[in-house]
Ligand binder design. Structure first.
Ligand SMILES: [Zn+2]
Length: 279
């Protein structure tokens, strides 16, 4: 089975697990709001991995639906997955399964949904010029997963609304609650974007992951410079991320930490060889 076929199968299975959730999670303790709203707020627990997978899987299907579906190219898929997995291995959260997919759209964009689903568009691969830039962009997306950015945004909003934990039990018993969670997460990911601080952190952490793997540390910086020069070609990066200039300003304060890697390679020829003719 081709990898993207595998990915879609996994996503479909994952979306199905919500409908089947009440039966599957027998014994799993659904959170009760209790008698007092204040207690409920205080008792809010972090979203656990099985909830993360369910939320991330449902969002991943939305990514395919909204952004051109999977781009079916085995060479590119293998290339991106191999590099992505190598980055995961040096990341702060290597212990979960990650899935990498290429979206069949000319618009440059990239997403990560909770649970380890990472997407890059064909248009983005066209904009990148070398492997160091690709590693840094993948690193940025992996950082969103490893640092649980989308989940933390959800947890904070649920807390403000006085809701209890988002358990599989609670969401499976109340499909409306699950739909609301997905709607809110989709709004964050596809329209409004995450908090600036999360984006800046993903830039720094993603740069670090690429650096740990031995790439020249200025991959993201150089890619943001390219993005910054594309005024008039704004893509979803502009509506869901701080401006490239703001991201460059933030990153520049951190770049000294990577000075020891300035002689590391960018692998431009390797990138061209792998990607040229495949897009
Ligand atoms: Zn981001």
């Amino acid at each position: 089975m081709k990898r993207y076929g595998l990915l879609i199968s996994l996503l479909v299975i994952c979306s199905g697990c919500i409908a089947a959730a009440p039966a599957v999670i027998e014994g799993y303790q659904a959170y009760s709001l209790g008698k007092g709203g204040v207690m409920a707020v205080e008792a809010m627990k972090p979203i656990e991995y099985k909830e993360e997978m369910a939320i991330g899987g449902a969002l991943a299907i939305q990514v395919f639906n909204r952004f051109g579906g999977p781009y079916q190219n085995k060479t590119l898929q293998t290339y991106v997955t191999t590099l992505g997995q190598a980055l995961v291995n040096v990341s702060d959260r290597p212990g979960i399964n990650y899935y990498f997919a290429i979206l069949n759209t000319e618009e440059p964009n990239a997403f990560a949904t909770p649970g380890g689903y990472v997407f890059l568009s064909r248009g983005l691969l066209k904009l990148l010029r070398n492997e160091a830039e690709l590693a840094a962009v993948l690193g940025h997306e992996i950082a969103h997963v490893s640092h649980r950015h989308a989940l933390r945004a959800l947890e904070r909003n649920k807390k403000l609304a006085g809701l209890g934990s988002l358990t599989i039990g609670a969401m499976g018993a109340d499909p409306e609650l699950f739909n609301k969670v997905i709607e809110e997460a989709a709004e964050n990911l596809f329209s409004h974007g995450l908090d600036k601080d999360f984006e800046y952190e993903a830039d720094e952490v993603g740069t670090d992951y690429a650096f740990r793997l031995g790439y020249h540390p200025e991959g993201l910086k150089n890619f943001l410079t390219v993005l910054n020069a594309r005024s008039g070609h704004e893509s979803i990066f502009w509506s869901t991320h701080p401006s490239p200039q703001d991201r460059l300003n933030n990153l520049s304060q951190k770049m000294n930490a990577f000075n020891s890697g300035l002689s590391y390679p960018v692998f431009a020829a390797e990138y061209t060889q792998q990607v040229q003719g495949q897009l």
